[in-house]
Design a protein around this ligand. Structure first.
Ligand code: PAF
Length: 296
């Protein structure tokens, strides 16, 4: 198949390598040049992909958008005229909130959302390390998207496991819960994911789990506080050496995904009239850090 990967971050680059190794043609859409070099830390030779070619974009069999949630709107404005209306477009990023943007920008395309718990870390601008084997869940959000279940097999073949989800929103909420527990703390404390297993983080993780579980139950996705906690600890342990994406954003003074992660949880909690003080505290702490970069 012919893939276009939009965004050459850690996750987009990991999929590029895996799809290429599975025999697919990979083309990148990035902000930069007409080639994109990607190197896997454990392999010797770098891979050189073509990039930013309008014909390659138009001829793609599948487009995977791996930019951050807050970049989706601008990215779609830039690419939508080059996207063939039959091409399935998969959105793969942390957090929630871009489904409506995707459906209105690309009203005729099959639209799918995906969530992955693979740990992928950029160790240099061109090099990534696959720091934790996770899983990917994929599902459609419009009638033509629901028909693209074959893509779960294609993805599974390239980077297993990948599961097809009839209700992708459920899987996204489960991932949101994991990100609410892992990302803000690892960013504020500047620690690797595995450090969250230390006893000193138990009280804060307990409070966060309880709040997330309360909101998810009200969303019609009942999950116990213990299950929220166990899921996050399992990912923290599987990606122990990884620095979470928010950790890296804070480290490099970049805009983080806090609005699409904890911000989305706060938004839903407000609608349901549920208090989520611990999540609120972490949200404001990250926002405060982000504001401080604007003044440096
Ligand atoms: O945002 C991240 O870094 C990832 O979603 C995860 C799974 C927490 C691993 O670091």
């Amino acid at each position: 198949m012919r893939f276009t990967i939009v965004g050459a971050g850690a996750v987009g680059s990991l999929w590029a390598i895996k799809l290429h190794e599975a025999g697919h043609h990979v083309h990148f859409w990035t902000r930069e040049s007409d080639t994109q070099i990607v190197r896997h830390a454990e392999r010797s030779a770098p891979l050189v992909f073509s990039a930013n070619n309008v014909d390659d974009m138009a001829e793609s069999d599948c487009i995977i958008v791996c930019v951050k949630a807050f970049q989706v709107k601008d990215t779609l404005s830039a690419i939508k005229t080059s996207v063939h209306p039959d091409t399935p477009v998969v959105f793969m990023h942390n957090g929630m909130g871009s489904a409506d943007i995707a459906l209105s920008a690309l009203p005729n395309n099959p639209i799918l959302l995906a969530t992955t718990s693979h740990g992928s870390l950029k160790v240099t601008p061109e090099t990534i390390r696959h720091t934790g084997v996770g899983e990917t869940r994929l599902g459609g959000i419009n009638p033509t998207g629901y028909q693209c279940d074959f893509l779960a097999d294609v993805f599974h073949h390239a980077l297993a496991p990948c599961y097809w989800e009839h209700n992708i929103q459920h899987a996204l909420w489960k991932k949101l819960a994991i990100n609410c527990l892992i990302n803000p703390i690892t960013a504020l404390e500047q620690i690797q994911n595995g450090a969250l297993l230390e006893a000193k983080f138990e009280p804060v993780l307990d409070k966060l789990s309880e709040e997330v579980s309360n909101v998810m139950c009200e969303e019609g996705l009942p999950i116990s506080r213990q299950a929220v906690l166990n899921n996050a600890l399992a990912v923290a342990s599987a990606t122990a050496e990884n620095y979470s994406s928010m950790n890296r954003d804070v480290f490099y003074h970049r805009h983080s995904e806090i609005d699409a992660i904890t911000g989305y949880l706060l938004h839903r909690a407000t609608l349901h009239g549920i208090a989520v003080p611990e999540n609120e505290r972490l949200y404001h702490a990250i926002k405060k850090l982000e504001q401080s970069y604007d003044h440096t």
